[in-house]
Design a protein around this ligand. Structure first.
Ligand code: AVI
Length: 320
């Protein structure tokens, strides 16, 4: 018998059970909400990669260019022989920019909840950088992360404005956890999307090709497939708008008519216009970045932005 097949089946059914519980709980809430992490099944992840290439979605392009322009400066600031600890491991182009810029990098430790994804990333990096010690850590970076086995000074990397998908208390909790993991001599490079013209933000989450809509509605497809749900994809729409008072994009799927849907054997009634929340994407400014840094006992060493001030890459140093 092949043990790895059994393990995979078990992991898959555990994931499905977690999804089932979260969906049933989320659809029973008022207002209804499903946690954003469930957007990223295989198709959702591929759609997100497509989003990153969209003309309206300036975030990925802009952050990558900032990192490219500042790589040498980051390398000088970090100094020789540090360990790079990435929170999530989805951003290989950006990680590679740092891996190549950090002098005498001792270890690269990506932290990711998906064992398959981690193994694939680690294999590719070991192939391309044979001298680099790659130490993948399979964990949820929001939870307790096992200590990284290295004596090197740790430089954290949390790119992509993923911090923006965390609600304020979760973001502060992330910062405290990162500070504990990185230690008293640690540092953290954080990618943050900035507040800007609301129309620009609106367009980034309502692209003309409809990829973001497909990304949101893929959650319905996933419920149909994995939870025997009966969502009619044509009877729901993607909705995203900027809430200036809360400094966040809010994303939902909205029912286009009164309807009932079966999910995992239970019936849910939707009124026309009723929404189910799927994501927040918080936007920051200098003051809120400063407050976020302080909440985790970090201080801002440097902030790099693009010429139009769309996005910021912030270098934070641990404060005792
Ligand atoms: C992953 N995250 C930073 C994206 C964002 O911009 O908040 C997720 C996203 N959802 C729709 N478009 C992009």
């Amino acid at each position: 018998m092949n043990g790895s097949v059994l393990t995979l089946d078990y992991a898959e059914s555990a994931d499905r059970e977690e999804f089932r519980r979260a969906v049933l709980a989320g659809l029973s809430l008022r207002p209804r909400a499903i946690p954003p992490k469930f957007l990223y099944d295989a198709r959702g992840s591929a759609l997100f990669d497509e989003i990153c290439e969209l003309p309206e979605y300036y975030l990925t392009r802009t952050e990558t260019q900032i990192l490219r322009d500042r790589a040498a400066e980051i390398g000088r600031r970090a100094g020789p022989g540090c360990a790079l600890v990435e929170f999530g491991s989805g951003s290989s182009v950006k990680s590679r920019l740092l891996i190549e810029a950090l002098p005498g990098l001792a270890v690269y430790a990506p932290i990711d909840i998906s064992r398959d994804h981690l193994d694939a990333v680690a294999a590719r990096l070991r192939r391309d950088y044979p001298a680099l010690q790659v130490e993948p850590v399979c964990a949820d970076f929001m939870g307790p992360v096992p200590a990284i086995a290295t004596t090197a000074r740790k430089l954290g990397f949390f790119p992509g404005s993923t911090i923006g998908n965390l609600e304020p208390e979760e973001a502060r909790s992330f910062m405290r956890g990162a500070r504990a993991l990185l230690g008293d001599d640690g540092a953290l490079i954080l990618g943050v999307d900035l507040k800007k013209d609301p129309q620009r933000l609106h367009d980034a989450y309502n692209d003309s090709a409809g990829v973001t809509a497909a990304f949101t509605l893929n959650l319905l497809r996933r419920m149909n497939r994995e939870l025997h749900a009966t969502f009619d994809l044509a009877a729901f729409a993607h909705e995203a708008f900027y809430n200036a008072a809360e400094s966040r994009i809010e994303i939902y799927f909205r029912s286009l008519r009164d309807q009932s849907v079966m999910v995992a054997g239970r019936r849910f009634d939707f009124a026309e216009g009723e929404r189910v929340h799927t994501e927040y994407s918080y936007k920051y400014d200098t003051a809120s970045i400063e407050a976020l840094a302080q909440s985790g006992s970090f201080r801002i060493a440097t902030t790099w932005t693009d010429q139009s001030g769309l996005f910021a890459v912030v270098y934070l140093e641990a404060e005792r």
